[in-house]
Design a protein around this ligand. Structure first.
Ligand SMILES: *Cc1c(COP(=O)(O)O)cnc(C)c1O
Length: 459
């Protein structure tokens, strides 16, 4: 019989090997193409293999280079979607978190880890101007949005015992797809999501929202929640949070803010997020605009009692037998998860290693890069900016080329990676800056590469 135990000497060799591989990956990041050249046929051939009956030992490390070469590297020239940079101190924190193997369900099961997680979620709440909010870390913005909407439902139309009754949720037509997904999963039903039109700045039209709420009330339906965007995924628009908070207050609706892309920019530009401290719940993604390695989202909420009402269903086997306010704390009474990895450690290490000022400066640079790109685009007669730049996403097009074909050429050139968006009926090239490695030269390269790719296309 074979044992899973690894000797200390062997572990030391494995550890050095793993660390060496990570270090040489980070050291060569800047030389890597912005997108890997591979095919489905190739990745299947390389990696679809049966589980070996006998262990292959240290040979497992031989695959790392092949895997690394066929992944999207977090270089400063990857500008697609909203992809953070995987800050290496945070990555080392993840390694140590896995080594400790703490199950962060509660203080009782992980006294230090639970306290660290509470501390770092407090830092995040402070950083976005919501001191006093509580919360927990989770897999990402989708999980955070799902938990927030579960709280919204439980606070307005309690469903935990009797099942969901239709309540109406309002959001702009540019809301992220994780919101309709959460509404479907919660049994609210996507027919009960009202998508409200946006203004010229891609922000929700508050008058139209107000009218939609009145129409639903007149029809004896039950308005339940407003979901605002603090950074739409398309162009980074921030809905008018103060006005929405007034409206939510007047109508007694839950106000949730999806800040998975943009919320953490409040660290550097709080003036763009006025009203954020008035919301009921808020989603953040530290693996986006706080540069942390995947995965690490965060849900924050004002009223801990609503979280407890929504998520406490403790069985006997987890009952906590103490009244001590610290020692009786359980994440599983305020979150949908029970077993949870120690996500807080990477934040604890990365955020303290660099300090708050360094993160604020990095976010500020991303905001500046977006402004610089908008200027460079505006200065080129053949290019056209398609939307205002409110955070770090820039949407533009080439005036005389097929922009979808242009994007394909651009990506194939391998020097920068952009994604796309639809603005009105236009195909837009979309750039998003959420990477601390990006330089001014990289920003200039975007325009150079777009022009070069355009020149390669037929006129
Ligand atoms: C990324 C994103 C989400 C989803 O977050 P995940 O971490 O991918 O689950 C939700 N909303 C917005 C605005 C986002 O940018």
């Amino acid at each position: 019989m074979q044992s899973l135990n690894v000797s200390n000497e062997e572990l030391s060799r494995l550890g050095q090997e793993a660390l060496q591989q990570a270090l040489s990956y980070w050291a060569t990041l800047d030389e890597r193409p912005s997108y890997p050249a591979t095919t489905g046929e190739e990745t299947e051939r390389l990696f679809s293999r049966p589980w070996s009956e006998q262990g292959i030992g240290r040979a497992v490390f031989d695959d790392f280079a092949a895997i690394a070469d066929r992944g999207r590297p977090s270089t400063g020239r990857f500008f697609g979607y909203v992809v953070g940079s995987g800050e290496p101190v945070g990555a080392l924190g993840d390694l140590l978190a896995s080594a400790l193997n703490q199950n962060t369900t509660s203080w009782r099961s992980a006294p230090a880890a639970a306290t660290v997680e509470k501390a770092v979620t407090g830092w995040l709440a402070d950083a976005v101007g919501c001191p006093g909010f509580r919360g927990s870390l989770c897999g990402g913005g989708s999980a955070a949005n799902l938990m927030a909407l579960a709280m919204a439902r439980e606070s307005r139309l309690p469903a935990n015992e009797t099942g969901a009754r239709p309540g109406i949720v309002y959001a702009s037509e540019e809301i992220h797809m994780s919101i309709p997904k959460a509404i479907a999963l919660l049994g609210i039903g996507r027919d009960n999501l009202r998508l409200i039109p946006v203004d010229g700045d891609h922000r929700i039209r508050v008058h139209a929202l107000d009218a939609a709420i009145s129409a639903d009330r007149a029809a004896r339906r039950a308005p339940m929640a407003i979901v605002a965007s603090a950074g739409t995924v398309k162009i980074g628009a921030v809905d008018p949070l103060d006005e929405l908070a007034d409206l939510a207050e007047r109508e007694d609706l839950w106000l949730h803010v999806d800040g998975a892309y943009g919320g953490l920019a409040a660290l550097a530009a709080p003036e763009k997020f006025r009203g954020l401290d008035r919301v009921d719940s808020l989603s953040l993604d530290t693996h986006k605009w706080l540069y942390q390695p995947l995965d690490c989202g965060c849900v924050l909420y004002r009223d801990r009692e609503v979280a407890r009402k929504t998520f406490t269903h403790s069985g006997d086997y987890v009952r906590i037998l103490t009244d001590d306010p610290v020692e009786s704390f359980a994440f599983f009474e305020e979150s949908m998860e029970l077993s949870r990895r120690f996500r807080g450690l990477k934040l604890w290490m990365s955020l303290q290693y660099h300090g708050r000022a360094a993160f604020r400066d990095a976010v500020r640079r991303d905001l500046e890069h977006a402004q610089l790109l908008a200027e460079l685009v505006t200065a080129r007669p053949e290019l056209e900016l398609l939307a205002p730049v409110s955070l770090s996403a820039v949407c533009f097009r080439h005036r005389s080329k097929d922009n979808a074909a242009l994007l394909k050429r651009l990506v194939a050139r391998g020097r920068v990676y952009l994604s796309n968006a639809t603005i009105g009926d236009q195909f837009a090239l979309r750039v998003c800056f959420v990477n601390h490695r990006t330089t001014h030269a990289d920003v200039r390269l975007i325009v150079e590469e777009v022009i070069a790719a355009a020149d390669e296309l037929d006129p």
